[in-house]
Design a protein. Structure first.
Lengths: 672, 636
């Protein structure tokens, strides 16, 4: 008996011991890990990354030179059925000619606990797939065998890439918890990379240097005077210093999507790198990108950027007619913007590099972002304006905080006038000066001048987009409402509205408008300035509504804002991790004039109030006034910043709550 | 040199001639105004020539001329072709012409984008497609699309759809089919009535149709395309599927072929698995109880992964492979379950059907390969129990909303049989809510509620059980969007898979549920189950409408009013009965501060003519309005 106890104690001891020293090597899955039913820190997690280890090396390849070798090892725990998708892994690779990348999976095993024993099931060929997505990209996929709730899967994959300029970004964080993620970068002294860590959680970084040796084999065929050929084999050993940088992040919670988020990747802990300099022995150092000025200069010198800006011959004749007789800057800007918008249509491709070139785009009447906006810039310059391109990263591309060429994926045009900068984008039919498409409203862009200097440009709109609704209506003794409405929208509100109604038949639009506005009946609809983009767009109509009020106990209860009162708080979560991103500041205003029926009086009128949030970040005003049989209500909600930080979230949520309560207060009308 | 110049001249002449000939092709001015009304695009011509030269060869030529008026009409161009090992695109070409008929651009096959067709839940497939990626430089413009596709599968002859989409007018749509007279060509027309469609040829080797002047239609809610748009199904009695010849004149024959040719030899299992399954079932003798044990085993062991390569798109993966890998698609998992049941002597049959929340039948009087899904049928007396083998959560025999109430094809060793799956009757689709809430002097609500869902309503709720906390929060804040400031204090679920009942128990509270103005407090009595779905107003509805599944919601809620307030106004009891449903609310005043709110909403399933739509809308509006009836309290 004592003997048995001893064994039990040893087992217990070893269990405790091994659970403390988790083994981060493939194949060393423990019974404890397999037994774990829920994630210790997040019981709702469907799966978790137990560890991930990436090793990124620059290796020398006889013949092709340096290439990147990325080897990733991962162990993933599946807790729930909903986490089964983590048993499938896909990895993309570039497949065009000499930049072709190679990917291979290995050591892929599923571990299960069966009757207390570890059962291994290896991935075989029938679970491995190679998909050619399109001309540029392929994708290797695996689906792990024998996966159940509680399974652990492991795999290793390696990527060989000739593209040493841009190592793949590494995401330490994921939409499931990550217990440990390690990224080790081995860089020979010949290369310097810019690196940047994004996200809320900082990985621990350690740097070590060591001496390494590289062997370069060469052969030389020597023909002797006698005509006999011999081949001399040379083997040169080159010593160099390698820098090893280890990034280690542990216990990272799952990252979750929220409403009004710009791009959740901006907040995910990740590592970006870009080659900034090479310095090979016996050669001059070559700079790629070191700071924003250098990055921008490099881009400017690309064949499909700067030189495209300097071409003018293809449009000169046409443009002369467009700008003939125009004198002021505004006139020229408007004429040229309109000309480009109508001449060249956007083919939905992003990029700051031209694809077919401006000349061909002009001829084909279609082009990508670079072709359209570089052409626009060139035309503005031709017309004598101080125009320059501005590199932009779209919302979907995220925000890059450090200088690198891939930080950008878009270009717009800017006109500098002293300290004043006017931004232009001709790819959107409804965009106007300083009113850019939503996709571009993303932090800072970078303006490049002809002389190679550059400067940051704030892309977030400063001017509030206004929506002003003027309503005049009367209520009869049955509670029916009859009135007129005028709705005026400026800036981004106007741009979005024009995009929304584009190509929709008026009939269909009105049907939608009626249904979303408490099923009112609309007549005498008219639209002003639909095509005059520099003016506010104005809708006017008259309406009749039979369910806009309530008759309760002989009294009429009516919400003065009718169907415009906001019903729900868009901010439902209690707390928030990321900033609230509206895209642009705005002001919603209502001027309401209500006529009550003869023989009735107002029993209750909502009180006037003013609400503010954190200074003047948000201002809500509600003014009510009664004069005889007429009620005047004026309401305004103004958010003065495109972005509200997460520390202000609770204040914002409560601001909305109070505003909604006020907006839903009713006027009570009773018979005299 | 001279010859070359001559050649050049001839070429030039020819070219010039061609240009001439192209001029005034399909000018926009020739489109009738009636066709342009409500149209984002007009199909000028859509001619499909299908030539079936043998059981193993089919050639489909398409000539389609589409005038596009705006961006929303671009999808009508539909310039794409699928291909894989058995289907090859012989030719595809596009010419874009301006409103006058002058050519703007010519696009050849090499300029088409060529991409993988893998999407959604499919992990891998060898299917690919090419598509036209054209940026219009002006509207309107016209696309002339020519393609030719060669196919060795003759099991699927493309259907003919003269109208493909809403808001597209059709000038002319033509179908020509030729076929050998010995393959048993057949066809079936649907919804031709009311459209100008003529059958121009119908012989033992040829069939032609022509549709003209079809006006653009507006989409209306509660009505499916399959009910209103004309379509023609075609098929062969002797066909080829991925290299397998087949012949079927009847469902019985088709089922026999499928069983013998497609399913044959797919259910082998290793002796270890056989032994394991026998141990699992033990001494159990009742076939249904055995099946339950095995279904549970399959649910725990497998997951859904879809891989469609070649005949693998039709033939299930071997049961042995599913056993080893622990995954498969619907065919593979169904077949695997059948193999396991077979080990313990329980007969079961693979069943082909359309899996879709919108009920869709196998067209029973048109024998052909149909369906997009597979489930398993286990005979149970005169009836069947149906198993969804791709789900790891569904209760045994539950059909939810994906496979219920439709005709399906059961594949038996003796042949195929058409059977109707389980119908979830309106009254059984029950949601029973019981709870209470109280309102305090500040208008804050606090309460608890138990919601039990059965029948097809079970499927609306069951997925909540395994959802993430934020998904739960989102669900309830959506479900109770009428309660602002909702806070969920406690959430409990019980999922009775035996009875098929899902019960949610919640504690909730919300600040300022009641609005206070002056000395009055106002709030809607029905806090927990307001009908929120709005039935749209449609100007001049043209199409019939359908309620596919009926249901019953029963609510009983105790309401505790705050102290120091008197009831100034209490909504009256309300009842409304119509052919679409019955609605009743009742408010019982127990004492000065205690009320009981009772509500029943019973919606009938049914198919109704367009003329009754407004009646239905008004009925639902009454429901919605009365659900929002408010009580008014006054401070004493």
């Amino acid at each position: 008996m004592r003997f048995k106890f001893l064994i039990a104690a040893i087992i217990l001891f070893s269990v405790v011991f091994s659970s403390k020293a988790q083994d981060f090597r493939l194949g060393k899955v423990s019974i404890e890990e397999l037994n774990e039913k829920v994630h210790p820190k997040d019981s709702s997690a469907v799966a978790a990354v137990l560890f991930e280890k990436a090793e990124n090396r620059l290796i020398y390849n006889q013949g092709s030179g340096f290439e990147i070798e990325l080897v990733v090892k991962a162990r993933i725990k599946i807790y729930k059925k909903e986490g089964y998708k983590w048993a499938n892994k896909a990895f993309r690779y570039y497949l065009v000619n000499n930049m072709r990348e190679k990917i291979s999976f290995s050591e892929a095993v599923t571990y299960n606990l069966v009757d207390g024993k570890i059962e291994k099931t290896k991935l075989k060929n029938d679970g491995e797939f190679d998909e050619v997505i399109n001309k540029y990209w392929g994708q290797k996929k695996i689906t792990m065998p024998n996966v159940k709730e509680g399974s652990i899967i492991e795999y290793e994959y390696s990527l060989h890439s000739p593209n040493i300029g841009n190592p793949r970004d590494w995401y330490f964080q994921s939409d499931i918890p990550v217990n440990r993620s390690e990224y080790i970068n081995y860089v020979p002294e010949y290369f310097v990379f810019n690196t940047n860590v994004k996200g809320f959680i900082r990985p621990e970084i350690t740097v070590a240097k060591s001496n390494k040796m590289l062997t370069i084999n060469s052969k030389e065929r020597v023909v002797s005077r006698m005509g006999a050929a011999t081949t001399n084999f040379n083997s040169d050993n080159i010593n160099y210093i390698e820098t090893r940088t280890t990034y280690l992040a542990e216990n990272m919670p799952a990252i979750k999507e929220e409403a009004f988020v710009n791009n959740v990747r901006n907040y995910t802990t990740s590592l970006e790198q870009e080659l900034s300099m090479t310095k090979f022995p016996n050669a001059m150092p070559k700079m790629y990108s070191t700071d924003w000025d250098a990055v921008v200069k490099t881009i400017y010198e690309y064949d499909d950027f700067g030189p495209e800006l300097n071409k003018t011959g293809y449009f000169e004749d046409d443009l002369k007619a467009v700008i003939a007789g125009l004198n002021t800057q505004d006139e020229k800007i408007n004429a040229i913007l309109k000309f480009v918008k109508s001449t060249v249509k956007w083919n939905d491709y992003y990029g700051y590099s031209c694809n077919d070139g401006v000349r061909k785009a002009y001829k084909d009447k279609t082009g990508n972002i670079a072709e359209i906006n570089l052409m626009l810039t060139a035309m503005l310059r031709y017309a004598g304006l101080n125009a320059n391109p501005v590199l932009v990263s779209t919302r979907s591309n995220g925000i890059s905080f450090f200088p690198n060429r891939t930080a950008f994926n878009y270009v717009i045009a800017a006109i500098e006038n002293g300290n004043d900068v006017i931004l232009l984008d001709a790819s959107d039919p409804f965009s106007t000066p300083d009113v850019l498409p939503f996709r571009t409203l993303n932090w800072l862009g970078r303006l490049i001048r002809k002389d190679g200097t550059s400067m940051p440009v704030d892309l977030m709109p400063k001017k509030a987009s206004v929506e002003l609704k003027t309503m005049l209506y009367s209520v009869n003794d049955k509670g029916e409402v009859l009135g007129k409405l005028r709705n005026q929208k400026t800036a981004h509100n106007a741009m979005l509205f024009r995009g929304e109604i584009k190509d929709i038949k008026e009939d269909a639009y009105l049907e939608k408008l009626e249904n979303t506005n408490s099923k009112i009946e609309i007549k005498e609809y008219s639209l002003q300035n639909e095509k005059d983009f520099n003016l506010p767009v104005i809708e006017s109509y008259s309406f009749v509504g039979n369910n806009l009020s309530e008759l309760i106990g002989g009294k009429i209860y009516i919400n003065p804002m009718l169907f415009f009162a906001r019903k729900q708080n868009p901010f439902k979560q209690e707390n928030r991790e990321y900033p609230v991103d509206y895209g642009f500041p705005f002001q919603d205003k209502y001027a309401i004039n209500i006529q009550i029926p003869e023989g009735f009086k107002v029993e209750n009128l909502p009180q006037s109030i003013t609400l503010t949030m954190n200074g003047d970040l948000g201002v809500f005003k509600y003014l009510a006034n009664l004069q005889g049989n007429t009620i005047q209500i004026s309401v305004s909600n103004q958010i003065n910043s495109s972005i509200v930080l997460s520390q202000d979230y609770v204040a914002l949520k409560s601001y909305y709550q109070k505003m909604i309560e006020k907006q839903n207060e009713k006027i009570v009308i009773v018979k005299i | 040199m001279k010859i070359r110049i001559l050649q050049f001249a001839i070429f030039l002449m020819f070219f010039g001639f061609k240009l001439q000939a192209q001029k005034n092709e399909f000018p926009v001015s020739l489109i009738a105004d009636s066709l342009k009304e409500n149209a984002n695009a007009v199909v000028r011509l859509n001619q499909i020539d299908v030539i079936i030269s043998s059981q193993r060869s089919m050639n489909v030529k398409t000539k389609r001329v589409i005038t596009v008026f705006n961006e929303n009409g671009l999808s009508a161009v539909d310039a794409f072709e699928n291909y894989d090992k058995t289907t090859s695109v012989k030719n595809v070409e596009v010419r874009v012409i301006d409103p006058l008929g002058n050519e703007i651009k010519k696009i050849k096959r090499k300029d088409f984008k060529d991409v993988s067709a893998i999407s959604g839940s499919t992990l891998f497939s060898d299917a690919r497609y090419i598509y036209l990626d054209y940026t219009p430089t002006q509207y309107p413009f016209t696309v002339i699309y020519d393609s030719e596709v060669e196919n060795s599968n003759t099991a699927f002859i493309p259907g003919w759809f003269p109208v493909k989409d809403y808001l597209v007018g059709v000038e002319q749509s033509i179908l020509n089919v030729t076929y050998p007279n010995n393959l048993g060509f057949k066809k079936k027309e649907f919804n031709f009535k009311g459209f100008n469609i003529q059958k121009t040829t119908d012989t033992s080797t040829q069939l032609s149709y022509k549709a003209t002047g079809i006006l653009a239609q507006k989409q209306e809610p509660y009505c499916a395309v399959s009910v209103i748009f004309p379509r023609l199904l075609m098929g062969l009695e002797s066909f080829n599927l991925e290299g397998e010849d087949g012949t079927a004149k009847s469902w019985n024959e088709f089922g026999k072929w499928y069983y013998d040719e497609i399913l044959k030899g797919t259910t082998q299992l290793s002796p270890e698995t056989v032994a394991k399954i026998k141990t699992l079932v033990g001494n159990e003798t009742d076939p249904i109880k055995k099946a339950k044990l095995i279904y549970d085993y399959v649910q725990k062991k497998t997951r859904y992964v879809s891989i469609q390569v070649g005949i693998g798109g039709w033939k299930p993966m071997l049961a042995d492979d599913v056993d080893r890998l622990g995954y498969g698609d619907c065919k593979a998992l169904t077949n695997y379950t059948r193999a396991l049941l077979d080990v313990v002597g329980v007969p079961s049959y693979n069943t082909i059907l359309y899996g879709d929340p919108y009920k869709r039948n196998i067209e029973t009087d048109f024998v052909s390969i149909q369906g997009n899904h597979m489930i398993l049928a286990i005979p149970n007396g005169n009836d069947y129990i149906w198993l969804e083998c791709t789900s790891q959560d569904d209760p045994f025999g539950y059909q939810g909303k994906f496979t219920d109430d439709r005709t399906v094809l059961v594949i038996k060793p003796t042949g195929g049989e058409i059977v109707q799956t389980k119908i979830y009757e309106d009254k059984g689709n029950l949601q029973n809510s019981k709870g209470a809430y109280s309102i305090d002097e500040q208008g804050n609500l606090s309460g608890r509620i138990t919601i039990a869902s059965e029948g097809s309503q079970y499927s609306n709720k069951a997925s909540l059980e395994n959802s993430q906390p934020n998904e739960k929060e989102t669900h309830y804040k959506e479900y109770w969007s009428n309660i602002n400031n909702l806070k969920l204090a406690k959430i409990n679920f019980s999922n009775d898979k035996e009875k098929i009942a899902f019960v949610e128990s919640l504690d909730v509270n919300a600040n300022n549920y009641a609005s206070i103005s002056g000395a009055k407090m106002i709030f809607p009595l029905n806090a927990y189950n307001q009908f929120s779905g709005s039935v749209k107003r449609i100007r001049n509805r043209k199409n019939p409408f359908e309620i596919q599944r009926g249901y019953v919601d029963v609510d009983e809620v105790e309401v505790v009013l705050p102290f120091g307030f008197a009831i100034e106004f209490l909504p009256s009891n309300f009842e409304s009965n119509s052919k679409f449903g019955d609605y009743k609310t009742e408010i019982i005043k127990k004492d000065a501060t205690h009320l009981v709110y009772k509500r029943t909403l019973y919606i009938h399933k049914g198919f109704y003519p367009n003329t009754e739509y407004d009646q239905y809308r008004l009925f639902m509006e009454q429901v919605s309005r009365n659900d929002n009836a408010k009580i008014i309290l006054t401070k004493i």
